[in-house]
Design a protein. Sequence first.
Length: 197
Amino acid sequence: MFTPTHPVRSGHSWVLALIAALGLAFAVPAVAAGDDASTYDKDSIIKDAAEFFGETTEGLAKVIEKAFNEQGRPNGYIKGEEIAGAVGVGLRYGDGTLTLKKGGSAKVYWQGPSIGFDVGANASKVFILVYNLPRTQDIYQRFPGIDGSVYYVAGAGINYQQRDNIVLAPIRVGVGLRTGASVGYMHYTPTKTLNPL
């Protein structure tokens, strides 16, 4: 026998299902916001980079802003130094310390081919933004350069290297720009080696 309570119960189930679905939808931004604990914000990166380079330039802030616009918030960075020499095409060697926001640090070395804009050699500091790196040991592999990813703004430069979902964005200021564009790949290793391959 039909009773008028059935449609009401059915309606209540539909309303409860809708509320549950909306609850899940609104829970997604909360999870995304939780990611802030494992990534760096733009202001802290600009501050750390400026302190590391010993200067704040308009170009430095702009290349960092560009990286944030294109790649989002990094979950780590490498502070290091490198030497490079080029006669058109050259070599680059560097070393530094990787730090992840969620904890963990590691010594890292890198070497690989580079393309120079003039003839000569230079030594410089480099600040590398690190994206989507799950663990410190995952840095130890080859990272191909991304074609067309070299940008220069008012004395600062940045380019991208990528392996799967992991993206590295080396930033150089001043004289370090002289051979700032990567060719082929950069090999990151746990120990120093002179072999660029």
